[in-house]
Ligand binder design. Sequence first.
Ligand code: GLC
Length: 540
Amino acid sequence: MVKWWKQSTFYEIYMPSFKDGNGDGIGDFAGMTSKLDYLKELGIDGLWLTPFYPSPKVDNGYDISDYYEIDPDYGTMADFETFIQEAHQRGIKVIADLVLNHTSSDHQWFQESKSSKDHPKRDWYIWRDFPNNWVSFFGGPAWEYDAKTNQYYYHAFAKEQVDLNWANPEVKQAMFDVMKFWLEKGVDGFRLDVINFLKVNDSFQDNPYDLEKKEQIHLFDKDQEGVIAIIEEIAEFVHQYPDKFLVGEVGSEELDILKLYSGLNKLDVVFNFNIGSMAKFDVDKLYQQLVGTEQAYDSTQIPTLFFSSHDMSRHISRFGGDEDLAKLVATLMLTAKGVPFIYFGDEIGMRDWITDDLSKMKDVQGITGYKLALQEGKSHEEALLVANEKSRDKSRTPMQWNARANVGFSEGKPWITVPEDGYKVTVEDQINDPESMLSFYKKLLKLRKKHSSLQFGDYEFLRNEDGMIYFVRTDTVEKVLVVLNFTDQPKTLEVEVAATMKLLLSTKRTGLDRESVVTILANEAVILKGDIGNGLVKER
Ligand code: GLC
């Protein structure tokens, strides 16, 4: 039987920002439950929830202080259970974000570990007499001095996010217990945070420096020997439970690295940052990466497709704000080969938010960037630029439900600013407008669900012709041709006109002349269906 996740489109919910149910200005389970019908209507199959466990929220939940509870900001365990039940009733799966690499410095385990050098949990974290040159991914040294025991502990991210020592079997066991707990609570799998960081190099050698990029090369602090073996153990453990799904965040754009982590006996899929985190829209790079992934992955490996997340700018803003382009990107994401992950709000075309008021900035990465820039002697204005570049608040503003108070997100004061222009881009405004971004996403999701070749089909071919990417996906019953004209010029394509050829979707028109040469309009996305017996598009 085909695994459910191979047919699924996921939707990432950034917990504090989706829907507040109790008026405290923070999204929660009750709020999400009230929006399950919206999600069902939209047509998604699975939800990825960012961490919802108790946390001091230095990094908004990616610093967990108790792995067995629900953070009171998000509700109670009963609210969580109701949410899971209601989601399942609607046929929606739920995967939980799990941070295995580090805990909050407030976690009991770390409190014990730091209490003395001979505490049995001392070795649960990474302690050294002297630091090396490794830098944290949020900036600054990755080692923090502890005066009481006169040693340094390692943190790949903020100093309040302390790296666990996965070389210690007790740590592994403790985390397997955590996974068991949530699997038995009914989650359908996990998104495993920074999973390629679980091991650091035992030699603790200094990392080299890239003179050109003026930054450290993270040679010894991620993707280390032994990490794949741990991942295999995690996969074996989780897959004992039927139908559970694992998606890993492997923070790398290198296909050679990405391909090591998924497939048979490993993670089901990993995030393909090689495609997802393109800084600027570049059709040639996009095409190369699609082809590269095809070549690099074996038959047990399936890519993921996403262009936004809580860690990056929204693609519509990053790629210049153009709605046509956003629709082309959405079409690619929902018709190319891979498991798609939509970031909440992208379906209505929500945009980035940037602030010049530092007191409004919430993200630890932005705030750390600002402080370090000042330390380097930069002025406030210069430091603010650095902070804004690094800050991930851009894509973390509240979901824009309607144009009323706080965009209908909360009856209280939202934890993060609602962008002023957010009131112009809302669900309420778009839901009954057939031309809206929201209606377009719904159409795409319906098409994907209806056409097996869009879920499972192989590429019969995949081409890029001067900025027009087109591909045919085929399975045993049908062929679907997707043409994405990323240019401002009309382009032609020669197709085989079989009696059954049908226009499934276009971003620019409702019908298509039955001619063998089709003009693809500037910035148009077209999806055509053909029969298995035909070529559908002529090779040239
Ligand atoms: C992942 C999360 C990010 C977090 C980091 C540290 O990259 O997606 O939000 O800051 O891990 O846990």
